[in-house]
Design a protein around this ligand. Structure first.
Ligand code: VAH
Length: 314
């Protein structure tokens, strides 16, 4: 059986749907902080669970005979800057608990999302490699870097099968933006359809690595299906997706919505964005587990607008 934490979040919502398609609803247990309501999730079961409540988590693992955990519950970069100590606790300790459970043999496989936020000062902006020095300058980046080190430690010392991807900014239409620095690239589509204009809190020429959610989910499932012996990275795999700026994204949206206008008014998240790479070298993921992409910026823009028009009743 599979447990997903943060199952109602940006990645969790879509990952749950795909895992249900593959394994059947009866084998997927979704969990989140929200109270259950009809239609909340496609999983066969839903547990209202605070991942910081270790005893409850262990009980759920035992009750459902969970073997694989997708641990997605986390605070993103913008939110983490506002609540540093809570973000540190939530972003790291539950991961450590799941690694402990795997070490004890209670569960056999873990997926955990890291982020390009682990990169910081002292490295080139372009084509950032797997093994460059990690000097994150954000609470979120510090927590993700620490989580990676724990993953590597539990693999090296106890052979724990914990797998991770350094996601770029993720873009999707099923769930609204959740406090990330890259979430301008989600909000912009809602406002383009609702208001025909968007004020970006990231300046026009700030390039960041981005990825459409469909490709992110495909990559996650590919990594988790790969033979353990093929994996050479046990901290977290670089994944670069595509790089674009707010200006480039606005130009793509204008192809679909000609009257759309973008303006710029940088906020605290600009400093976070400036500390991150503009593009990533993900050649090792391509070699180890055949990473590839389907959606470029045009395909993503068309798919986002098509689906949001239906969702927003436009
Ligand atoms: C964030 N979307 O902005 C996340 C992601 C690389 C960015 O980690 O915090």
């Amino acid at each position: 059986k599979i447990l997903i934490t943060g199952a109602l979040g940006q990645i969790g919502t879509e990952l749950t749907n795909r895992l249900v398609e593959i394994h059947g609803a009866e084998n997927v247990i979704a969990s989140g902080l929200d109270r259950w309501q009809k239609g909340l999730t496609s999983a066969g079961y839903y547990e209202r669970m605070d991942v910081s409540n270790t005893q409850l988590v262990r009980q759920v693992i035992k009750d459902y005979e969970i073997t694989t955990v997708y641990h997605l519950a986390s605070l993103l970069s913008g939110t983490s800057e506002k609540q540093p100590l809570f973000a540190w606790k939530l972003n790291v300790e539950p991961l450590l608990n799941f690694c402990e459970m795997a070490k004890e043999g209670l569960i056999s496989k873990i997926f955990w999302p890291s982020s390009i936020a682990v990169f910081g000062t002292g490295i080139p902006k372009e084509n950032v490699g797997q093994d460059v020095v990690l000097n994150p300058t954000t609470v979120y980046g510090i927590s993700k870097m620490s989580g990676e080190k724990w993953c590597e430690y539990y693999f090296d010392k106890y052979g724990v099968d914990v797998r991770s991807i350094r996601y770029p900014g993720l873009i999707s239409w099923k769930t609204p933006a959740g406090g990330g620095t890259t979430d301008y690239a989600v909000e912009i589509f809602y406002e383009a359809l609702e208001e025909k204009k968007y004020k970006s809190y990231i300046t026009e020429n700030t390039a960041m690595p981005m990825l459409y959610m469909d490709d992110a989910i495909d990559a996650t499932l590919k990594l988790m299906a790969a033979p353990k012996e093929n994996l050479t990275i046990h901290s977290s795999y670089n994944l670069g997706g595509m790089s674009f700026t707010p200006k480039e994204l606005a130009a793509e949206i204008k192809k679909e919505i000609p009257e759309f206008e973008i303006s710029y008014d940088a906020d605290f998240r600009q400093k976070i964005a400036d500390s991150w790479p503009a593009s990533i070298d993900d050649s090792i993921a391509k070699k180890d587990w055949d990473l590839n992409y389907t959606f470029g910026i045009s395909e993503m823009t068309q798919d986002m607008i098509k689906n949001l028009k239906i969702k927003l009743g436009k």
